[in-house]
Write a protein that binds this ligand. Structure first.
Ligand code: PEP
Ligand code: MG
Length: 329
């Protein structure tokens, strides 16, 4: 098995019909990097920074964060690391928010619908600025991109871009030699509002990442943690797929790179469906890369297109699920 994976790592991630498919890794902790390399990831599609720092200790300052990001970026030679700014709120980072005196739980009856992700950072810009400065400095050690979580309107992106440019200016004044062109700023599509306004978002963002975990939750009104594994929570629902198609069409029309980084991307048969939708880039836990790559190497684009067409004609979510599960190469 190990030998098989060693061989697989060196083989291209390419359909039988010749199209290259980019396979990236989702990373939460720096110690996942050896497995990422062993399984042949072509980069980091999502670095969830909210898990990177021990919550029992204070959040590192700019220098401390810089060291962590630079270490990861330097361990990805010739590849891109997508660093997502802190996605606290919802079910994530509650201990940290308490520690920082941001007592959300008492203020919000429904934290999944509250001030989380980028919304929270824009209300505490000093936290965002520290992180963006650390990331910008780390960009001198390798290729990276900056990703914004829980975007629901285009103003959030323009506001963040202003802060981003202000950080760069401040660093340059401090003598940090940043390139004229800053690392790309991208947006997570994980709220229905973001999916429906992708056309506007791509004018402000240089790349997109489809966060199907949250997008499924917000589209179906089913909590992702409470209902995980139940038949209520599934991205294979006509509503979710139509939203995805809308967003992907706009991203492709604007020639913006777009990657799927929700759990959906780690199911090989679902990846076939998403290739049919026009997607060519997927990010998943490093451990799940080999089966997806094996599947990709056995697929042809026409097979993916046929599956996609059939699925989009299916209105019954149960039938739709069955159709994807039974998809045979
Ligand atoms: C998602 O919502 O699909 C996603 C990738 O982000 P997270 O799982 O970290 O919320
Ligand atoms: Mg999310």
């Amino acid at each position: 098995e190990r030998k098989g994976i060693g061989r697989l790592r060196r083989l291209p991630s390419r359909l039988v019909s010749g199209e290259d498919i980019e396979l990236l890794a989702n990373v939460e902790l720096a110690n996942e990097l050896p497995l990422l390399h062993r399984n042949g990831a072509a980069g980091i599609g999502l670095l969830r920074t909210e898990f990177l720092f021990d919550e029992s200790e204070a959040l590192p300052d700019e220098d401390g964060q810089y060291e962590t990001y630079a270490g990861i970026v330097a361990d990805m030679p010739g590849m891109t690391t997508t660093i997502r700014v802190l996605d606290w709120g919802g079910e994530k980072g509650l201990a940290r928010l308490r520690q920082l005196g941001i007592h959300r739980e008492e203020e919000e009856e429904n934290p999944a619908l509250g001030v989380r992700g980028l919304r929270l950072l824009l209300r505490h810009p000093e936290i965002l600025e520290t992180q963006l400065c650390a990331i910008l400095r780390a960009s001198l050690h390798g290729r990276l991109r900056v990703l914004l979580p829980m975007v629901s309107s285009v103003n959030e992106v323009t506001a963040t871009r202003q802060i981003y440019e202000r950080c760069a200016k401040r660093l340059r004044r401090r003598g940090v030699k940043l390139p004229q062109e800053l690392p790309p700023l991208g947006v997570m599509i994980e709220t229905p509002a973001a999916a429906l306004t992708t056309g506007a978002l791509v004018r402000q963002a240089e790349f997109l990442a489809l966060g199907t975990n949250d997008l499924t939750m917000y589209t179906l009104a089913v909590d992702r943690s409470a209902a995980m594994g139940s038949e209520l929570y599934t991205a294979l629902h006509p509503g979710v797929l139509r939203l995805l198609r809308l967003s992907v069409d706009e991203a492709l029309r604007a020639h913006r790179p777009v990657c799927v980084c929700g759990e959906m991307a780690s199911d090989p048969r679902v990846v076939a469906l998403l290739i049919g939708m026009g997607l060519r880039s997927f990010s998943m836990s490093a451990a799940l890369l080999p089966p997806v790559k094996r599947m990709i190497r056995s697929l042809s684009l026409t097979g993916c297109d046929d599956l996609y067409r059939q699925v989009m004609l299916t209105e019954d979510p149960l039938l739709l699920n069955q159709m994807v599960r039974q998809f045979a190469v």
